[in-house]
Ligand binder design. Structure first.
Ligand SMILES: NC(=O)c1ccc[n+]([C@@H]2O[C@H](COP(=O)([O-])OP(=O)(O)OC[C@H]3O[C@@H](n4cnc5c(N)ncnc54)[C@H](OP(=O)(O)O)[C@@H]3O)[C@@H](O)[C@H]2O)c1
Length: 344
């Protein structure tokens, strides 16, 4: 029998505004390998996913599911290596790489059928948390099925330098669209255009009000906006609504500008539903888990694109298990380009 000292980040206190390390407790437990059930595996985490939805779930209201329970290990995706397997486990062996939803802890016991085996020769294992994982799936199905992009259309993506947005923009380019990204720094905007092939990018911090943003859209989207893939909400979205074309599709993927308490006390924005009427536009919310069973379909399309460089992905790493809460807070300051990952 082997013992493992397992550090865990416990989600301990609900934030009212920005999330920070003060909302977590760091604890330690001992895991024994003989605790392993016949169908279970013991995994050592190497990489943890850090995602905006974690802040949504910390609010005290039901979303697509109940709030994250206080006093439990912070949930989240993980990539790690198998240490031991139960007697009835087949298809997984010690040192295999796996992806599972085991949360912010250094070791985890999980049912073997809840772990996805990863082949490091096919793609770097961290892509299972980003471009070939949940964010990639969200981008792929969200854009293609809710957005239905046609060649020549203008697509605007907010949160464009992040895990989801950077992939949305590149898929839209592959479909022959003109793509304008919105991001929070000149450096990110330059990368979007020069490295990821966006047609243009707008630094929203240089256009702080709705009127400013509308002017930027008038300059960069002279033919109006056919598809808006919304990751951030707020003023940026208000401005987009004034620029939409006939039969525009608005895809509500995320509203990160509203997660840190604004959803509880929303600031009043302009009423824009008349724009939906005039343009006979559609607004559709999308959720990655609705496409979970079609993950393989996404991989069949995206893995070759990634392999051949048609889609480029970026990852921002923060080091050490201890940095997980800081990494989550950093998402809201725009510290990441592409997928935010903490590595052990
Ligand atoms: N519907 C779904 O199933 C689903 C799945 C995955 C993600 N999402 C949503 O999609 C969005 C992006 O997620 P992601 O995982 O790809 O995260 P991400 O974009 O990699 O990281 C978050 C980014 O949001 C931007 N941001 C933070 N606060 C902002 C604000 N107040 N206004 C404007 N931008 C702000 C920051 O970039 P800047 O430097 O540009 O500010 C930051 O880097 C989030 O809203 C998330 O909740 C939804």
């Amino acid at each position: 029998m082997s013992h493992y000292q397992n550090r865990q980040w416990i989600y301990a206190r609900r934030p009212e505004t920005e999330v920070g390390i003060e909302h977590y407790d760091l604890t330690e437990q001992t895991l024994d390998s003989d605790q392993l059930g016949d169908d279970e595996i013991l995994v050592k985490a190497r990489y943890w996913s850090v995602d905006p939805y974690m802040r949504i779930q910390q609010a005290n209201h039901t979303t697509w599911e109940a709030p994250h329970p206080v006093g439990a290990v912070q949930g989240g995706g993980m990539v790690g290596q198998v240490i031991a397997t139960g007697s009835k486990v087949s298809g997984l062996a010690a040192s295999d790489w796996v992806n599972a939803y085991t949360g912010w802890q250094e070791y985890a016991v999980c049912p073997s059928d809840e772990a996805i085996r990863l082949d490091p020769d096919t793609a770097p294992v961290t892509t299972a948390l980003g471009v070939l994982g949940m964010p990639g799936r969200t981008a792929y199905f969200g854009l293609l099925e809710a957005g239905r992009p046609q060649a020549g259309e203008t697509v605007v993506v907010s949160g464009a330098a992040g895990a989801v947005g950077s992939i949305v923009g590149q898929i839209a380019r592959l479909k022959g669209c003109r793509v304008i990204g919105i991001a929070g720094s000149d450096a990110k905007c330059t990368q979007l255009v020069e490295e990821l092939g966006f047609d243009a990018a707008i630094n929203y911090r240089e256009h702080p009000g709705q009127a400013d943003m509308q002017q930027a859209f008038a300059r960069h989207c002279p033919d109006g906006i056919d598809i808006y893939f919304d990751n951030v909400g707020g003023v940026i979205t208000d401005a987009v609504m004034e620029c939409i074309n006939l039969r525009a599709r608005i895809i509500v993927c995320g509203q990160i500008s509203q997660y840190s308490g604004q959803l509880d006390q929303p600031e009043m924005g302009p009423r824009f539903l008349h724009r939906i009427l005039y343009a006979r536009a559609t607004i559709q919310g999308i959720l990655s888990r609705d496409y979970s069973e079609r993950h393989a379909q996404m991989l069949a399309a995206m893995a070759p694109w990634v392999k051949h460089g048609d889609i480029r992905y970026q990852e921002t790493f923060m080091d050490g298990f201890a940095s997980l809460p800081t990494a989550l807070a950093a998402l809201f300051a725009g510290a990441n380009t592409g997928k935010m990952i903490v590595r052990a």
